[in-house]
Design a protein around this ligand. Structure first.
Ligand code: ADP
Length: 391
């Protein structure tokens, strides 16, 4: 019997490697195995499950585990659990595609050099994405490897949305608003197009509220504005990141207060946001459960900032036909969704408390639908891999 074709998608972060493997059933990717290696560089733990949620692996990798060791663990599992399938292509999440890449692309020497040159634009993510690509290419030298960019979906933004108010040569040097979470927004846009083509053809705001968080204004399926910018630090507050902050504060920290650059970087990326404000955790479940004054202030500031961005993005769209919540907080925190949607009746948004509490697919009872949808960046990558193969 010929081996069944399989796709592998990898999402390599600084200390983690997430993966999903699909077999192709009539050209539709069917998820078979998914999981992750966490703690790369130190005590790495490998967990994986099949499509029913049954655990397939819970292992500790020998220290210090590298991205290559993590990829080897994933491939070992595929060989054990999907023995009758043959990997025909590998998709890689790449955080930065720079100004040129508006679509997924097959990785060759030229593209690799291009992606290396973008490291200064995403020093905290891009090198790890490239380490994952190197490791997977060494294991699968003969199959196509496809780069799927988190920035690509936003390359439809108009110039006004992409530029900063700097002299134009900075824009030419690549200092512009790229936007991220593109794979998630594209998945949401496609889901909406399949389920509600009328809404998808109109003006939609998608709120991807996870550990990293952003919002995107989508007009007829295309991104026209998003809250993240040159880096994934911009926009709304996140688990540990500030989101937008008056740049004067940063000048003050560095100049007047003499804080070292490394300390300011740590503060903005990992010491702020919900964790820094609440003093408890970056996890909304723990902050909601804490019930302290500081915890509820952190949540209400978060909701206020998201609400403000919804108003701003609705203005860029010239109105609103649907609001979609997604990712961990967006899909599960009824309390934050309710807080965010307070005062949005002027946009036709009012929530049905019972449906909101139940995380129902539609949680509104006003004229503008408010939807809750699961996002699946790995599936989006698998679909991209198939599209590139078909092309
Ligand atoms: P990532 O950006 O790491 O992929 P997720 O999209 O999984 O993150 O979102 C993670 C966040 O979602 C958690 O930190 C937590 O704050 C939030 N979350 C998950 N489940 C719930 C829940 N039941 N109630 C409230 N918040 C939740």
């Amino acid at each position: 019997m010929p081996a069944r074709a399989a796709l592998l998608v990898l999402n390599a972060g600084s200390s983690s490697l997430k993966f999903a493997a699909y077999t192709l059933e009539s050209a539709i990717p069917r998820e078979r195995i998914a999981g992750q290696v966490e703690g790369i560089g130190a005590h790495a733990r490998f967990t994986a499950h099949d499509a029913t949620g049954t655990s397939l692996a819970t292992e500790t990798l020998p220290e210090p585990a590298t991205h290559a060791a993590a990829v080897a663990a994933v491939i070992g599992l595929l060989e054990r659990s999907l023995a009758a399938a043959r990997v025909i292509a590998v998709g890689h999440r790449v955080v930065h595609g720079g100004p040129r890449h508006a679509a997924p692309a097959q990785i060759d020497t030229q593209l690799l050099a291009d992606l290396q040159s973008l490291i200064p634009l995403a020093p905290l993510h891009q090198p790890h994405n490239l380490a994952g690509i190197d490791a997977a290419m060494a294991h699968f030298p003969d199959v196509p490897h496809i780069a799927c960019f988190d920035t690509a979906f936003h390359r439809t933004q108009p110039w006004e949305a992409e530029t900063f108010a700097l002299p134009p040569h900075f824009y030419e040097q690549g200092i512009r608003r790229y936007g991220f979470h593109g794979l998630s927004y594209e998945f949401i846009a496609r889901t909406l197009a399949a389920q509600h083509p009328d809404l998808a053809a109109g003006r939609v705001i998608a709120a991807h509220l996870g550990n990293g968080a952003s919002l995107c204004a989508i007009q007829a399926g295309r991104s026209i504005a998003t809250t993240m910018g040159f880096t994934a630090l911009d926009g709304i507050p996140m688990g540990t990141r500030t989101g937008s902050i008056d740049p004067g504060v940063i000048l003050h920290l560095l100049g007047t207060m003499g804080m070292p650059l490394a300390e300011v970087t740590r503060l903005l990326y990992s010491g702020s946001g919900l964790k820094g404000m609440s003093g408890i955790s970056q996890d909304v479940r723990e902050i909601e459960a804490a019930g302290t004054e500081q915890a509820s202030r952190a949540l209400s500031h978060f909701a206020w900032r998201v609400r403000r961005e919804i108003g701003a993005l609705a203005a860029t769209l010239g109105g609103l036909d649907a609001l979609v919540f997604t990712a961990g907080i967006g899909e599960h925190s009824a309390r934050l969704r309710a807080a965010i949607c307070e005062n949005l009746a002027f946009l036709g948004i009012t929530l049905d408390p019972a449906r909101n509490a139940a995380n129902a697919p539609t949680i509104s009872n006003g004229t503008t639908p408010v939807l809750v949808r699961h996002t699946d960046e790995e599936r989006m990558m698998a679909l991209h891999v198939l599209e590139v193969l078909a092309a």
